[in-house]
Design a protein. Structure first.
Length: 196
């Protein structure tokens, strides 16, 4: 893949998650990630454009076990736009660790730079990273959609949980980057509230 094109695509993957929500602001983040907990997800401005502004959501996050369960309930009478699916995401947006909000590290690049090219590695450092937790599936004929995710790594680099509207339905040769932001919430913010 052309490295220059790859660098151009990276910001597209995470900027929608960052720009439409105030929850990703760096100044709201503590220096140390908490254990997770139950997080209330708030709708972002594009939810209204899709007719989904009344939706509610939550995410149960266990940082140490690498587990996330996202639940979204659409308001009575509303439905996902035709061909649209919900996808969950973890994002490093707002995490302190390097220049700006980056979690990039040279410690894991002993044998060469990320992406195999120093210029690409440097250009990617200030770009937050988004990790898909997969599709949210509808529970029977209810208005509730649920997605479960488990990874064999702790979730310590991640600061936020988000849900996107994927209008390509994630079918065929779909775009694997985040679609339109729909809901989001801070991982550590939920734990901080719970520990007061």
């Amino acid at each position: 893949m052309n490295c220059q094109r790859f660098v151009m695509l990276l910001p597209i993957a995470t900027l929608p998650l960052l720009l439409t929500s105030g929850t990703f602001a760096q100044d709201k983040m503590p220096d140390k990630m908490m254990k997770g907990g139950r997080i209330t997800l708030m709708t972002s401005p594009p939810a209204a454009k899709a007719g989904l502004q009344g939706a509610t959501g939550l995410a149960d996050v266990d940082v140490d076990k690498g587990e996330v369960e996202i639940t979204v309930t659409l308001a009575q009478g509303s439905k996902l736009p035709d061909g649209t699916v919900l996808e969950g995401w973890l994002s490093t947006a707002g995490r302190k660790g390097g220049p700006g909000m980056s979690t990039a590290s040279e410690k894991d690049q002993k044998f060469g730079p990320a992406f195999g090219m120093e210029s690409t590695a440097m250009a990617s450092r200030d770009i937050p990273y988004a990790l898909s937790t997969g599709l949210l599936r509808r529970k029977d004929t209810t208005q509730t959609y649920v997605g479960k995710f488990k990874i064999d790594n702790p979730l310590t680099p991640y600061a936020a949980v988000a849900v996107t509207l994927e209008t390509d339905g994630n079918e065929g040769s779909y775009d694997p980057r985040p679609g339109t932001p729909f809901m989001d919430g801070m991982i550590s913010g939920a734990k901080m509230k719970g520990s007061n």
